[in-house]
Design a protein around this ligand. Structure first.
Ligand SMILES: NC(=O)c1ccc[n+]([C@@H]2O[C@H](COP(=O)([O-])OP(=O)(O)OC[C@H]3O[C@@H](n4cnc5c(N)ncnc54)[C@H](O)[C@@H]3O)[C@@H](O)[C@H]2O)c1
Length: 363
């Protein structure tokens, strides 16, 4: 029997590369589309070619396609030649803050690129499930209207309705999204529309903080991985507003891939899911500093800047009830402790390898 074919856009990135590995292990032939635009967005620290090389060397049924999601002809050509049985769309300009200075690039990648992919799939393989990586920034700063209370190390909801977090009924308009949140919302609504209007099996995963060892983390994107990188390498971490008590919920890329597997096995039409780590995997920045110190034995060095990022969430915890109800075999398998431990190990090895390479070259 010939293997089923998966197309992953943004395959060099954190989530894309996890999808490649996961579905390859499940027996799929996997095709990746990427052009390393993360380097163009974030400079050398954002370069993803190392991850592309790792995938090509480690996974024999993985094929890399160099292509630009903004290029309609590229996307149509790849979808036509691969004729995928399923598609996972992770290619993006992923930074909330960068988007304000790169509005055209941000919109062309996040909104235009998503439309290019949807049209190509509709014409070539409309029955193939599409998993689209969206973001909780589609809710703009509406979550900040929930009553909050300040605890010693974090903000939390002061309303029992939100004890399990924010669900998919949160309003998406009339709030401040950031330019990134608005372009991602355009893509998210289009993905839903191709489901409702054309009957295509699509879903949007509205990510909280997605993390894992394959992130080419930079200050402007990759919250937890970047924080651990700074902690391990002895740099200074900048905290923007909210006393460092802002809360994020963190999900390992492996658990995102497991959800994509469940959706593709039993797809639905035009669904949206809040996809984060939930309350158990939530932490504030101050709490994250404590975790890094406990694992490295070194206190985090940080500076406080008394200005919050535009449209930033004060406390965001994803309510995972809908994911669990629709796919009861799915749940979080990697705890926050597992995530911190793996990130500290990964960054320690990378920082030491970098220092050794510097010493060899006489730097
Ligand atoms: N990481 C998070 O915390 C987080 C949170 C919420 C949502 N998301 C969403 O998840 C998705 C994946 O995020 P990630 O963390 O893996 O990001 P990432 O930057 O690690 O991966 C994205 C990949 O897309 C590629 N890419 C960018 N522009 C491209 C273009 N024009 N053509 C082809 N490839 C292009 C990049 O080179 C990169 O390899 C994105 O849609 C992002 O918005 C991420």
């Amino acid at each position: 029997m010939t293997a089923r074919r998966l197309l992953v856009t943004g395959s060099n990135g954190l989530i894309g590369s996890e999808m490649v590995a996961h579905f390859h292990d499940l027996g799929w032939d996997v095709h990746g589309l990427d052009n390393n635009m993360r380097r163009e967005f974030f400079g050398p620290a954002g370069d993803t070619r190392w991850n592309q090389r790792r995938l090509v060397e480690s996974y024999s049924r993985f094929t890399h396609h160099e292509g630009d999601i903004r290029n309609r002809a590229d996307v149509a050509e790849i979808v036509t030649s691969v004729r995928p049985h399923a598609v996972i769309h992770t290619a993006a300009q992923p930074s909330h803050d960068l988007a304000a200075t790169r509005a055209f690039d941000d919109f062309d990648v996040n909104a235009g690129g998503t439309l290019n992919l949807l049209e190509a799939i509709r014409h070539v393989c409309a029955d193939s499930p599409l998993v689209h990586l969206s973001t909780n920034k589609v809710y703009g700063d509406a979550p900040n209207r929930i009553a909050l209370r300040e605890l010693p190390t974090r903000w939390d909801y002061d309303d029992p309705a939100y004890v399990d977090g924010i669900d998919e009924t949160c309003p998406i308009d009339q709030s401040k999204h950031s330019i990134f949140g608005a372009s991602k919302l355009a893509g998210d609504v289009m993905v839903q529309e191709y489901g409702r209007y054309f009957g295509m099996p699509t879903c949007c995963l509205r990510g909280g903080c997605l993390t894992g060892p394959a992130h080419s983390a930079v200050e402007l994107h990759g919250f937890l991985s970047y924080l651990v990188k700074v902690g391990v390498s002895g740099g200074v971490y900048s905290v923007f507003g909210y006393q460092g008590k802002q809360v994020r919920d963190n999900i390992h890329s492996y658990d995102v891939a497991r959800f994509a597997e469940a959706f593709i096995a039993a797809p639905r039409v035009a669904e949206v899911y809040n996809c984060g780590g939930g309350r158990d995997n939530s932490c504030s920045i101050l709490e994250a500093f404590d975790q890094v110190r406990a694992l490295t034995g070194r206190a985090m060095q940080w500076q406080y800047l008394d200005r919050a990022r535009e449209g930033d969430h004060i406390c965001y915890i994803s309510n995972l009830s809908k994911m669990r109800a629709h796919y009861p075999q799915w749940d979080i398998t990697r705890s926050l402790n597992d995530i911190f431990k793996e990130l500290v190990e990964t960054w320690t090895a990378r920082v030491e390898a970098g220092r050794a390479a510097g010493a060899r070259s006489g730097g």
